[in-house]
Design a protein around this ligand. Sequence first.
Ligand SMILES: [Fe+2]
Ligand SMILES: [Fe+2]
Length: 372
Amino acid sequence: MSHRKGLSRRDFLRAGVVAGGVVMLGAPFARFISPVQARLSDVPVVDRLVVTTVVDAYYDMLAPAETRGSLAVERAHAQIHAQHGLALFLESERGNETKRVMLDFAWTPESLMHNMNVLDVDTNSIDAMVLSHGHSDHFGGLMEFVDAYREFMPAEVPLYVGGDDALCKRWIGPPENRRSFGVLDRTGLEEAGVKVVKSESGAVVAGHGFTSGVIERDTMEKVIPNTTVEIGEMDGNGCTGAQHEAHFSGEELEGNFLFDHHWGEHATAYHVKDRGLVVISSCGHAGLVNSVKQARRASGVDKVHAVMGGFHLSPADPGYVEDVIDLLVQETDPDYVMPMHCTGANFSYIMAAKYPDRLVDSYVGTRFVFGA
Ligand SMILES: [Fe+2]
Ligand SMILES: [Fe+2]
């Protein structure tokens, strides 16, 4: 097995490490119990789910389509834009009802809108939107997307976020070279008739899928340092810190820029008939296994059919990545795992070596058809 050189485990875990040119400010990990301790009462079962990878970092135009059991994997052959950022289009069927949900919106509108067009995504109706967390590589194309497709959305179309934290301004880099990583344009969304729904306790989305609610941190997984958070209102945007106050110490709150625990991150999931849960972690800052367990907790469904999305393990030591993979398999036993976005190559190398039957490659334009 070959691994790329990664951070040593000790370096990775200690405060103040530097990776990928980004100073990663460490902070003690705070144990946190999710508000979702009881299952959502009405998580539906869908007959079929199609996930289209609209924007992601990798594209292999020659990758063949394949079928694994009941899972169909279709590949796109088009002039696609790849970038660091994620956008997924989710189309589900329940009886004769079809629902369409947009999950995350890439980093730039240029990539998002281009790929939406060349992939010929069926935007006949868009019933709801979900933002996984408050990073601009997931909401950078949001306002242009809303502009382009607003007419296909219902009045007061919901945009589900995991809590107030998702509305906070983010910064990247060390204090002496801190750069903005964006803030959600809440004001612009309101003007466009988009209803931002803070679903700390999870929510059923478009009557078919659901969000996990705030993700409990109860495994060995750590939040890999990435951005800092600025609490406060700014020109109608920003956050109140209401979600933070429950989870940050007074000492932490005295600082203007807080270690980013991603309390507002949530997973998106579907319960597919006769298959089990399809869980999408998007960026996975709160931990991959934590995210899957939270989706189980919210739905009351144990069987995990597929886990997909960004797992944010790219900067991690290979030993830690292997520990996470083993834990994922031991604790959640997924049929299929589709790493995307910030997961990093080591994850795929290790999965291919230890659990090859579960690994499914994903590229921009790949469509995963569940329950076909
Ligand atoms: Fe991301
Ligand atoms: Fe992120």
